[in-house]
Design a binder for this molecule. Structure first.
Ligand code: GUN
Length: 296
């Protein structure tokens, strides 16, 4: 029987083992290990944490990782020069520029400067467009991870009504496209809701699968969820908590305790979508090293 809690951590660990085996085979065949670079500008605490997690994940599967740092006062030109350097460095298979960037830097300009062949975040318009058309491309890590989480948890998606809350370029919009494509593990009917959606609750109550990616802690309450639905929580928030050593605990966009009682399956925070996002980045990096998306 499928368990009620979708264990993203365990599924991610299994995928990591598969990636580690592929990397080991490359090295056995005298092919260099894949190399991922993360660029970080400034000292945003959450970004530092994410990048450290990405480095640790790379290390655990044998992928080489490097971090290039620029101080928060770095100019757009300096960052563009770093992007060009990485585009042309043959030792680097893929790289990401950690977001958010400081306000004085035009994020779209930076993303568009990345060579699509090395854009393992899948954020470049060429990759986003190719994904929408069903052509080979790097898929953005979080929606890619959610698709894999549903597939490996054997959650039926075909013909289901999936309601996605949030229309960001990184999660909600690409996920709505991936879910609605004519493909195995997709073929869903998707409703994309956002801050201007009228009668939100009437829509979420129709969801066979409800994905919360709106960035508001505890936004989805039990009265918004159909009994027996599947709930995927993309949110991650620090909630002050004096009982914890760190002074906070993590919570998602879903009021987990309440909603848990009503649903068939739910992803926890932490340990649900988060680990899958990092694994998707590893999968993209491996694909970059193998030239399996863009053949040269
Ligand atoms: N910031 C939050 N999520 C992401 C991500 O997936 N990639 C990058 N580059 N920055 C992020």
């Amino acid at each position: 029987m499928k368990s009620k809690v979708i264990d993203g951590k365990a599924i991610a660990a299994k995928i990591k083992k598969e990636i580690a085996a592929e990397v080991a085979a490359m090295i056995d065949n005298d092919v260099k290990a894949p190399h991922l670079v993360a660029v970080i500008v400034g000292d945003d605490a959450a970004s530092q944490t994410y990048v450290t997690s990405k480095e640790n994940a790379c290390r655990s599967v044998g992928i080489t990782s490097s971090v290039y740092r620029l101080e928060s006062a770095a100019t757009e030109k300096e960052l563009l020069e770093m992007v060009q350097f990485l585009n042309h460095d043959p030792d680097v298979d893929g790289f990401i520029v950690q977001l958010p960037l400081p306000d004085h830097i035009d994020t779209d300009k930076i993303i568009q400067a990345i060579d699509p062949k090395k854009d393992v975040d899948g954020f470049h318009p060429e990759n986003a467009g190719r994904m929408m058309l069903g052509l080979p491309s790097y898929h953005a890590a979080t929606p890619f991870g959610i698709m894999e989480l549903l597939r490996r948890s054997k959650i039926e998606v075909t013909g289901k009504h999936v309601v996605v809350l949030g229309r960001s370029n990184i999660v909600g919009t690409p996920l709505s496209v991936m879910l609605s494509r004519k493909a195995a593990g997709a073929d869903a009917t998707v409703t994309l809701c956002h801050s201007r959606t009228a009668n939100l609750k009437a829509i979420t109550l129709q969801a066979d699968i409800l994905v919360a990616a709106i960035g508001k802690c505890g936004f989805v309450t039990a009265d918004m969820v159909k009994p027996g639905a599947v709930v995927v929580d993309v949110g991650i928030h620090r909630v002050e908590d004096a009982s914890k050593e760190k002074g906070y605990h993590l919570a998602g966009d879903v009021d987990y305790k309440q909603v848990f009682e009503k649903v068939a399956h739910i992803t926890p925070v932490p340990g649900g979508v988060g680990p899958m996002t990092i694994v998707s980045l590893l999968q993209n990096t491996l694909a970059a090293a193998k030239h399996s998306i863009y053949q040269e």
